[in-house]
Write a protein that binds this ligand. Structure first.
Ligand code: SF4
Ligand code: SF4
Length: 103
């Protein structure tokens, strides 16, 4: 039995042009949203912060009436924005977050 061996092309080092081609900016998100926090319902578990896929929720410096720090939306457009995925709303055990989709 015979095998035809194909020549292996020599390894090629990446040029700066190759690096630039692979460093394209991600496309702007199609959906945008914002959140409304019912501050006094929050018990400071921060599940919403942990599960937000774009990491736009942070612990606020203010205290609610129970003594907890509710989350706050901190965006840095165009990449770091609320994409209205509703994850924070779904994981909040106290129904303290309402996501609103922006048109
Ligand atoms: S998940 Fe709900 S209760 Fe927990 S920190 Fe976020 S808003 Fe507050
Ligand atoms: S809707 Fe999604 S992207 Fe927006 S704050 Fe909640 S978890 Fe983050």
């Amino acid at each position: 039995m015979f095998f035809i061996m194909r020549p292996i092309s020599p390894a090629r080092n990446n040029t700066m042009e190759d690096v630039k081609l692979t460093q394209k900016k991600p496309p702007a998100p199609k959906k945008r949203g914002t959140i409304r926090v019912i501050v006094d319902r929050c018990k400071g578990c921060w599940y919403c912060i942990a599960y937000c896929p774009t990491k736009v929720l942070q612990v606020s410096e203010t205290l609610n009436e129970k003594g907890y720090h509710p989350p706050v939306l901190v965006e840095n457009p165009p990449e770091k924005v609320c994409i209205a995925c509703h994850m924070c709303e779904m994981v909040c055990p106290d129904f303290a977050i309402i996501v609103e989709e922006l048109k």
